[in-house]
Design a protein around this ligand. Structure first.
Ligand code: BTN
Length: 266
């Protein structure tokens, strides 16, 4: 698999010697954190054929069956305070839209903040984790972990997510090559990294174009509490500007947003 991925990357690709492939790991993000703490360089990429403990946002799990998806994490070491990286997940999401378009021939949307979607179903997600240098308060490393469902058929998803998940192959109506997808993801992450601190406004503009949440009626769920509103815009930090039913407009920066017509919310 690793050679197949390398064969899809340009000759002389700068991160080529930093790509590691594992048949099975618990979580590529967890492994990446261990490697980063041990000094692994910027641009180290970990890919797994199977994850036994794939992790998602909000403490959820990410189903990662063997040979069906691409499960990948990259270690980045941008030299900046964490406040300058608030847009990292958004930038990665746009990069993944590009990668899917290249490998599968259609462009997914982004459900704020980190879900790749098409036809109201989830195709994948992004989990970003930061470590801060205690002395300086600067970012020590950032891990961007991405899982994309590539060749699953409906029966490959557990019953709980079968109605809300889909794979690239099922949407494209043709086999999508996982090695080509992985290479496109790595290449687009490399491009994103080059623009991350210098082209923030352009990255956020691209995010707004791909974000299907904008203009939709949403529910913000925090524990037992539900707040209803309309998604108006995305701010420069990736926060979702929502007009709530009380008329107030506030930036939402965390929590779960349900969008009408998606994932069973009617
Ligand atoms: C989400 O849907 O909330 C985010 C899912 C992120 C899954 C990817 S798979 C590769 C990397 N390793 C993990 O354990 N999680 C991310």
């Amino acid at each position: 698999m690793k050679n197949a991925i390398l064969s899809h990357l340009p000759v002389g690709f700068p991160w080529k010697d930093r790509i590691a492939y594992f048949e099975t790991v618990d979580s590529t993000n967890t492994r990446a954190k261990e490697l980063a703490a041990a000094g692994a360089p910027h641009g180290t990429v970990l890919i797994a054929g199977h994850q036994t403990g794939g992790r998602g946002r909000l403490g959820r799990s990410f189903q990662s069956p063997a040979g069906k998806g691409v499960y990948l994490s990259v270690i980045l070491r941008p030299e900046c305070p964490p406040q300058q990286l608030m847009h990292l997940t958004c930038a990665a999401a746009v990069a993944m839209c590009e990668a899917v378009q290249e490998a599968a021939g259609f462009r997914p949307g982004i459900k704020w903040t980190n879900d790749l979607v098409c036809g109201g179903r989830k195709l994948g997600g992004i989990l970003t984790e930061l470590s801060i240098e205690p002395g300086t308060g600067l970012v020590q490393y950032a891990i961007v972990g991405i899982g994309i469902n590539c060749t699953q058929q409906p029966e490959d998803f557990s019953p709980e997510i079968r109605d809300i998940a889909a794979s690239l192959s099922s949407i494209a109506g043709k086999e999508v090559n996982a090695a080509a997808l992985a290479a496109a993801m790595i290449f687009q992450l490399y491009r994103m990294d080059a623009a991350l601190l210098t082209k923030k406004a352009a990255l956020m503009e691209a995010y707004r174009k791909d974000c299907i949440t904008l203009g939709q009626d949403i529910v913000l769920v925090r524990g037992e509490e539900k707040q209803y509103g309309t998604a108006l815009d995305i701010d420069e930090e990736g926060g979702l500007l929502v007009r709530f039913r009380d008329g107030n407009i506030r930036a939402v920066t965390s929590g779960e947003i349900s969008v009408r017509g998606m994932y069973g919310y009617l």
